[in-house]
Ligand binder design. Structure first.
Ligand code: 1HN
Length: 361
């Protein structure tokens, strides 16, 4: 049975014209001048029985977005732009610089020889590499080569710069918790004194210390406990782990074969605010419908298939990015072996104790 609806207190909608006029007069002439307002007129809107979903499902096809990025590459340099990024702007949020209700998404291009200068901000970022022959991101004094399918993080307030030392463009998807920081009005940012940060450790150092099911005996934690000290999760390892997982156990009806990117400090998400995982959906298989209170920003590492969100069917191929809105039934069909990257605000929702999911039979 449905619970009683909070659609305004009983009698509010049913009041006669005289009463309504009297109340309106009271709101306008007495309450408004005193910066007060009647909750009973809005209660049903602020406390809903179910999430009121505002994001729209949307897919950005690589065939369209790559040429647009390359055009941006001719119009503006990485240095001028600071970050040459095309925002993945949800059609429901035009002008609001966000892909889901709570997350920012974008596609970033770094051309051969270019450097995206070092800076830091309290917004946390992740990169999912779509095209690269081997440029780098530097985080916290270490460089990491970015190859297609790699998952790279820049935790809150860590300096980061990107460089393309190859002869080919590098393109990745950025996801940041920008809308959440905007909501909290808690953003800070600063430029590094130099264009690139000082490199203090050899490449692979963080992965060796923190990413091999071992941890330093002295308990050192470069970013504290909240975020992962591993800042590049190479696709080669992720893919191999997923393939081995699929060989060892049947697919879950809803998650197929899914592994999440973990913070080795505490078993939590790699970035405390932004959850991320990868799903392997073997050719010809599909998942059953499920939904969760976190909206998803996704990118295809490999494969072709269909992502369904509510009534919207989105055919995807390699390097496409798409959004699956919060509390909207979603499912997948694989026409080829698919490796799909996901990110969401689940990290924050779990900390608030509000995250929910529902799985259909
Ligand atoms: C940022 O710092 C990067 O460092 C990318 O690559 C996208 C979007 C909004 C705010 C900061 C980057 C960003 C960003």
């Amino acid at each position: 049975m449905d619970q009683a609806q909070h659609s305004g207190a009983p009698g509010i909608a049913g009041a006669d014209a005289d009463t309504r006029a009297q109340r309106q007069e009271y709101y306008d002439s007495k309450l408004a001048p005193n910066s007060m307002a009647p909750l009973w007129e809005v209660l049903g809107e602020v406390v809903t029985q179910q999430p009121r979903v505002t994001a729209k499902p949307f897919i950005w096809h690589w065939e369209k977005s790559r040429p647009l990025l390359m055009e941006a590459g001719k119009l503006v340099t990485a240095e001028e732009a600071e970050r040459r990024v095309l925002v993945l702007e949800n059609p429901a949020y035009v002008g609001q610089t966000r892909a889901t209700n709570t997350l920012y998404g974008g596609l970033q291009l770094v051309m051969p020889g270019e450097i995206a200068p070092a800076h830091r901000h309290t917004q946390s970022a992740l990169r999912f590499v779509l095209e690269s022959k081997g440029g780098y991101t530097a985080v916290g004094g270490e460089k990491s080569t970015m190859m297609p399918g790699d998952f790279v993080i820049t935790p809150s307030w860590s300096f980061h710069d990107h460089g393309n030392t190859t002869d080919a463009p590098i393109i990745w998807m950025d996801v940041l918790d920008v809308p959440m920081l905007t909501f909290f009005e808690a953003g800070f940012a600063e430029h590094h004194n130099d264009k690139t940060q000082t490199i203090a450790r050899p490449e692979g150092d963080a992965l060796a210390r923190f990413g091999t099911t071992m941890l330093p005996i002295d308990g050192s934690r470069p970013y504290g406990e909240l975020n992962s000290p591993v800042f590049n999760y190479p696709f080669a390892r992720t893919r191999a782990a997923l393939v081995a997982t699929a060989a060892g156990a049947p697919a879950d009806p809803h998650w197929a074969h899914t592994l999440r990117y973990v913070n080795p400090n505490n078993g939590g998400w790699a970035i405390s605010t932004i959850a991320s995982w990868m799903m392997f959906l073997p050719k010809g298989s599909s998942t059953r419908p499920m939904r969760s209170t976190d909206g998803l920003i996704c990118a295809v590492a490999e494969g072709r298939g269909v992502a369904v969100a509510g009534d919207t069917r989105m055919e995807f191929g390699p390097r496409d990015s798409f959004v699956l809105p919060n509390w909207t039934w979603r499912r997948f069909e694989a026409k080829e072996d698919c490796f799909i990257f996901f990110s969401s605000d689940r990290g924050v929702q779990e900390r608030m104790g509000i995250w929910r999911e529902e799985r259909a039979a």
